[in-house]
Ligand binder design. Structure first.
Ligand code: SF4
Ligand code: SF4
Ligand code: FES
Length: 275
């Protein structure tokens, strides 16, 4: 009996400053596989399509249920999570071949693993949290209406996957070269500084919307709006709306961008009149 197989091509890279290259594999078909099981099969196989022994492809995955965002990559040219990309669906759209490559807007660490620290630097910039000044039991927070809770829930689903940034024409890749003699710590500090000044991305605007609508979080609304109107802030958004189309959590990012754009304008005017 002939075993059904399909081809997988993966854009590999041996390290951050190495050149990327394509490698092809032939994988045995099984029903109900996702792209993580494809990568596991390739690791077990240990050889390319031509039978050449190779090191397993590096990739990240954790929850396997589209919650952690770590397995985000380009699958047949579309940014999405490998754990929920089903082989049956992919082969139905494009028979015989599945293509995997790392996201293009983040520095590649190895193969399909990218450095997404910029996603978190943006959250740090906009203070994407509700500050607490004690670990004591502070009792229940202020009551919120069902409508407010449901709206907040939509934004709270963000898993920092990077899809909205990958699809955004205004979110440009920043790749810094190491300076001679620079330590890891010095390099990371320089990288963080560059991230702080660059476009923060739609996810961060969504989180400003979330925390500025929170009854306690809104106490820091002004600081978040300061961040949103600083260099690399909401003014960089060109309203292409790609972000909302690719968000796997269907977060209403363009609603957040419109609402926070208005809030940012009022904030700037208020500051100007208060001078
Ligand atoms: S609407 Fe703004 S954040 Fe979203 S893709 Fe367009 S430019 Fe990027
Ligand atoms: S807003 Fe959506 S696409 Fe962007 S990081 Fe969050 S979950 Fe991912
Ligand atoms: S492994 Fe967590 S989203 Fe895919």
């Amino acid at each position: 009996m002939n075993t059904k197989t399909f081809r997988v091509r993966i854009l590999r890279q041996d390290g951050p400053s190495e050149k990327p290259y394509w490698q092809h594999y032939r994988v045995e078909y099984e029903p109900d596989m996702n792209c993580i099981s494809v990568l596991q099969k390739i690791a077990r196989l240990g050889t390319t399509e031509e039978g050449r022994p190779v090191a397993p492809v590096a990739y990240e995955a954790n929850c396997l249920e589209e919650v952690c965002g770590s397995c985000t990559m380009l699958i047949n040219g579309r940014v999405r999570q490998a754990c929920t990309a089903l082989v049956d669906h992919l082969l139905a759209d494009q028979p015989e071949l599945i293509e995997l490559r790392p996201m293009t807007k983040f520095p590649v660490l190895r193969d399909l693993v990218v450095d997404r620290s910029r996603v978190f630097v943006s959250l740090e910039k906009v203070k994407g949290w509700v500050p607490v000044d004690s670990y004591l039991d502070l009792g229940p927070g202020p009551r919120q209406s069902q409508e407010a809770q449901q709206l907040a829930y939509q934004y709270s689903k963000c898993m920092c996957c990077g899809c909205c940034m990958e699809a955004c024409p205004q979110f440009l890749k920043i790749e810094l070269d190491r300076r001679p003699g620079e330590t890891d710590e010095q390099f990371r500090a320089r990288q963080r500084e560059a991230y702080m000044r660059s476009f923060l991305g739609a996810h961060a605007i969504g989180q400003v919307e979330l925390f500025n609508m929170n009854p306690i979080g809104k106490m820091n609304a002004s600081e978040r709006l300061d961040a949103l109107t600083s260099e690399g802030g909401i003014q960089v958004c060109g309203n292409a709306q790609n972000c909302v189309k690719v968000c796997p959590k269907e977060i209403p990012l363009t609603t957040a961008i419109a609402r926070e754009g208005r809030a940012a304008t009022w904030h700037t005017l208020r500051k100007w009149f208060d001078r």
